[in-house]
Design a protein around this ligand. Sequence first.
Ligand code: FMN
Length: 126
Amino acid sequence: MPNAQTEADRQRFRAVMGHFATGVAVVTGLGPDGAVGMTTNALCSVSLDPLLVLVCFDNTARTLPVVQASGRFGVNVLGARQHDLSGQFASKLTIGLGEVLAMGHADGEPLVWYRGAYTSVAGVGR
Ligand SMILES: Cc1cc2nc3c(=O)[nH]c(=O)nc-3n(C[C@H](O)[C@H](O)[C@H](O)COP(=O)(O)O)c2cc1C
């Protein structure tokens, strides 16, 4: 059996893992009451055949039951200037979503989460 974790253990773990820089995405779902979404950085590709992506949902995330019920979700990778959007989808406030009329991707810098804060990296865009 693993040892019981103390609050100090959890804080240390956060500080250590916080050194692993990640991108930031908003995972969205569609339920009977409309669209929902949550900011996430626990996201990674799993397989090319079949094409699989992994998202880690906290059990308290409101997006989780919506995604479980519908069996599908969207992944929106955020760019370096989208701190505000990330903050909105990381809060428990009511959110607003617009209908998608067009889509595409930019070549700019991604939004990066590092040591508990947003940052960016130069030269990522190709
Ligand atoms: C940078 C960042 C990354 C996050 N990553 C995750 C994550 O991977 N999984 C998760 O469940 N919550 C994550 N959160 C917290 C959720 O965004 C937050 O709990 C949000 O309120 C969930 O929304 P919901 O309850 O409407 O689904 C993250 C927050 C931030 C700011």
